[in-house]
Write a protein that binds this ligand. Structure first.
Ligand SMILES: Cc1ncc(COP(=O)(O)O)c(C=O)c1O
Length: 455
């Protein structure tokens, strides 16, 4: 599709761009990948090679696929009308997207705009801390997070990070963040029948150890993403909710990956009947057509920041400069309309189930697949050297599978720089427009790759 000579672009990139999450030494002898164009579920690199993108822009983001002129048009029209004004004032797309979003989130009512998932989570942490100071004499400031979960790259968010390889060497981290155990049943930590209940009880144990009067909130991914695509065991969320209620702890759900369709519902928490106090979202909100993130809260949380107008400190004293960019909500509105008009939630549920069944077939054929899991078009296959001991495969081999898929024109992902020794889960998150043929191509490439790497 792309036939221009882009060697000068590649040279400029190689000379000056510092790529994210990348060790650059190999680029002394090879070229970095430069992606130049996208259409539907496909992208093209600077060499003109076409890939089926089974990771929605690398990090589960481009939910409605590439080349959506209706989103580009909505953004362009908005930019020429009004590109920006600080979020202390309202805007037309900001108001209209908030209304549409809240229609999808019964029980919640307020939208705070910012521009990345990390930032949205930081806002939530600040709200928890401020509530602690206003309501609980500065005591309920601790924030719980879960082993294997990730909430962002800033120092505050890294302090709430259950993936050691993300925060190692970046300390000292912020105080007041406390880890609770993960809930991945495949890697059982308790030998019990009712695993969901037990994994949630482990949260209560941490609360009791820390002192419930010191714990303000718990921040959890509905389905853990980069920590290994972890779907919660049965009964887990019901018990988590009970615990939050019992100890007056705010439930903050991080929907940065799951939000806006990825699991086949508007939000991942809705798959499990959860009633959160705060929800953060970013990636899929505008499918990467513009930077936007939202922190959505209940009216109850909101009310705590306006109860005494005579106190000059009694409101949320926070701003996000680019939270006032109107391109974000304009793109988000058009993105949501596409999901509705094209029935993409239904497609995600159907294609997700189909893809899971294809992965289960692969598991019968390839002993190296120890477990497959996921929800909607958000799937993982954990690779093990031995099914009995569940010893993870060497990270290099998991990466080789990704490379072998790439050689067949299919981009898949693998958990990366998360848990020492456990960067062994292949990740799939194709756009919500994926067809059966796309799924067949993706799983077919994985089949061939596994045979090439493991025989
Ligand atoms: C669950 C989760 N939360 C938060 C973030 C951080 O989002 P951002 O990179 O937009 O800051 C990510 C990014 O991968 C994520 O996966």
């Amino acid at each position: 599709m792309y036939d221009n000579d882009l060697s000068d672009v590649v040279a400029a990139d190689k000379a000056h761009v510092w790529h994210h999450l990348t060790q650059h030494k190999p680029f002394e002898t090879s070229d970095p990948r430069v992606i130049v164009e996208g259409k539907g579920i496909h992208v093209w690199d600077a060499k003109g090679t076409r890939y089926l993108d089974a990771v929605s822009g690398g990090v589960w983001t481009v939910n409605v696929g590439y080349g959506r002129t209706e989103i580009a048009d909505a953004v362009r029209d908005q930019l020429v009308k009004l590109n920006y004004f600080a979020g202390s004032a309202g805007s037309i797309p900001g108001a209209m997207f908030s209304k549409k979003l809240i229609e999808k989130m019964p029980g919640l009512s307020r939208v705070y705009y910012c521009n990345s998932g990390s930032e949205a989570n930081e806002k939530a942490f600040k709200m928890v801390r401020q509530i602690a100071h206003k309501r609980y004499g500065g005591k309920k400031t601790k924030i719980l997070f879960r082993e294997r979960d990730y909430h962002g790259t800033t120092i505050g968010a890294l302090s709430a990070c259950g993936q050691p390889e993300r925060h190692m060497q970046y300390g000292p981290l912020a105080p007041g963040f406390v880890e609770v155990p993960h809930c991945l049943e495949y890697r059982k930590q308790w030998d019990v029948e009712d695993y969901g209940q037990r994994a949630a009880d482990a949260i209560e144990e941490v609360i009791l150890r820390e002192g419930p009067e010191t714990v303000g909130a718990i921040c959890l991914e509905p389905v853990t993403a980069g920590g290994g695509v972890i779907t919660p065991p049965k009964g887990y969320w019901e018990r988590v909710q009970e615990i939050c209620k019992k100890y007056d702890i705010l439930l903050h759900i991080d929907e940065v990956v799951c939000g806006v369709g990825r699991t086949g519902a508007w939000f991942g928490y809705q798959q499990y009947g959860v009633k959160p106090d705060m929800v953060t979202m970013a990636k899929g909100v505008a499918s990467g057509y513009a930077a936007i993130a939202c922190l959505v809260t209940t009216e109850d949380v909101f009310d705590q920041f306006k109860d005494d107008a005579s106190d000059p400190l009694n409101y949320f004293r926070d701003i996000s400069t680019f939270g006032g960019c109107t391109a974000g909500p304009a793109a988000a509105l058009a993105n949501m309309e596409i999901i509705e008009n094209e029935g993409l939630l239904e497609n995600t549920t159907q294609m997700g189930a189909y893809c899971l069944s294809k992965l289960e077939e692969l598991m019968e054929k390839h002993k190296v697949i120890g477990d497959v899991r996921g929800k909607g078009l958000f799937l993982g296959a954990e690779l093990v050297a031995d099914r009995g001991t569940k010893e993870p495969v060497a990270e290099k081999l998991a990466q080789q599978v990704v490379a072998e898929c790439g050689a067949q024109g299919v981009m898949i992902g693998v958990t990366n720089r998360s848990l020492p020794g456990f960067n062994n889960t292949l990740c799939l998150s194709p756009a919500l427009i994926a067809t059966r043929d796309n799924i067949d191509e993706i799983t077919g490439a994985i089949d061939v790759a596994l045979t090439r790497v493991f025989g």
